[in-house]
Design a protein around this ligand. Structure first.
Ligand SMILES: Nc1ncnc2c1ncn2[C@@H]1O[C@H](COP(=O)(O)OP(=O)(O)OP(=O)(O)O)[C@@H](O)[C@H]1O
Ligand SMILES: [Mg+2]
Length: 247
């Protein structure tokens, strides 16, 4: 049995009084690659925002190894620092080199000196296959490489959890497949627990151990399971999505 690290219980996500998703209950297991699926605008990024502490739950709980950082503010910083994030469209600073981009969070959260920070940034770039590109600007590398650099930045502080919001958006199928390989490698060799929002069917079937489907109409999750289970036995809307059939 895998150990659940994140437990979401009866969670309602929304803004002000507007409910976006309600009654979400699921667990993310240690070293799983967990995929959040659902139609455009259903609330996937909003759910990630709650999990990473940027948006307060309207109801319900998010527990990291049993601790709710909304209720236990003393644990908040420690938990949040264990999460590395690549935001949707997560752009790099265009006027900074790749090494400088990765150095930003390291500078902010550690007391390392410039030399140490540079070495760490170099190491993080090597972890995503970008050795030798430290001094390149984002405009000088391919879209796939920019995504990798974004992931390197998410890894800057050695997170236990990595949240990736549509990491392969806009990539060609080959670059997207390479990114999947990288994601699997982060889990397999670094032991990270990874949450991904994605619409890419090929990625979903390649990387996901477990997944949920957020439904825009009913504003709740309709299914949970591996893509292989859901494509066979999931609700019709999820089966259709996974089989790429029109509704
Ligand atoms: N800051 C905000 N204040 C109020 N409403 C918001 C805010 N951010 C998002 N929303 C609304 O929440 C809903 C869900 O948005 P969200 O970005 O979470 O969806 P999503 O599933 O990530 O969409 P996409 O597939 O386009 O990335 C949308 O109706 C959006 O308009
Ligand atoms: Mg989104």
């Amino acid at each position: 049995m895998k150990k659940p690290l994140i437990d979401v219980k009866n969670l309602t996500v929304g803004y002000g009084t507007k409910i976006i998703q309600k009654d979400l209950t699921f667990s993310v297991n240690e070293k799983d690659i967990f995929v959040i699926m659902g139609g455009s605008g259903c609330g996937k990024s909003s759910l990630l925002r709650v999990l990473m502490g940027l948006l307060k739950p309207m109801r319900g709980q998010v527990l990291f190894e049993g601790t709710d950082f909304w209720k236990n503010p003393q644990n908040r910083q420690e938990i949040l620092q264990s999460i590395g994030v690549m935001f949707q469209g997560g752009a790099l600073w265009t006027s900074r080199t790749l090494a400088e981009n990765i150095a930003i969070p390291i500078k902010q959260y550690t007391n390392l000196n410039d030399r140490q920070i540079y070495e760490l940034a170099r190491y993080k770039l090597s972890q995503v296959g970008l050795s030798g590109f430290e001094q390149y600007y984002p405009s000088e590398i391919s879209g796939g490489m920019r995504k990798r650099a974004g992931i390197a930045r998410a890894l800057a502080l050695d997170p236990r959890f990595v949240f990736l919001d549509e990491p392969s958006a806009g990539l060609d199928p080959v670059s997207s497949a390479k990114l999947d390989e990288l994601i699997l490698q982060l889990r397999d060799s670094l032991g990270m627990t990874i949450l991904i929002v994605t619409h890419e069917l090929a990625s979903i079937f390649t990387v996901a151990d477990n997944a949920i489907w957020l439904d825009a109409k009913t504003k709740t999750m309709l299914a949970q399971g591996s893509p292989q289970e859901l494509v066979q036995n999931g609700p019709l809307v999820v089966q259709k999505f996974l089989k790429r059939e029109a509704e």
